[in-house]
Design a protein around this ligand. Structure first.
Ligand SMILES: [Zn+2]
Ligand SMILES: [Zn+2]
Length: 71
């Protein structure tokens, strides 16, 4: 089983914020209808899902830890 981590961003209303929603460097949404990213969740090809976190960096870190632990 390969462990491939992906981090998904969510809007405050819990809908997915897709990668094509672009942001300024100051983290302001540039896409019409995009309400911003309030949560990031890491998930793995093996069906593992991390707990939601406020930053993308932390979600990615949980994913790395999962991959290390699963090996
Ligand atoms: Zn995994
Ligand atoms: Zn969005």
């Amino acid at each position: 089983m390969r462990h491939s981590i992906a981090v998904t961003a969510y809007h405050p209303d819990k809908t997915v914020c897709p990668p094509d929603h672009t942001y300024t460097t100051g983290n302001r949404p540039l896409t019409a209808g995009c309400t911003g990213r309030s949560q990031f969740v890491a998930s793995c090809d093996c069906a593992w899902t991390g707990t939601p976190s406020a930053t993308k960096g932390y979600a990615a870190e949980m994913g790395r830890r999962h991959r290390t632990a699963a090996r």
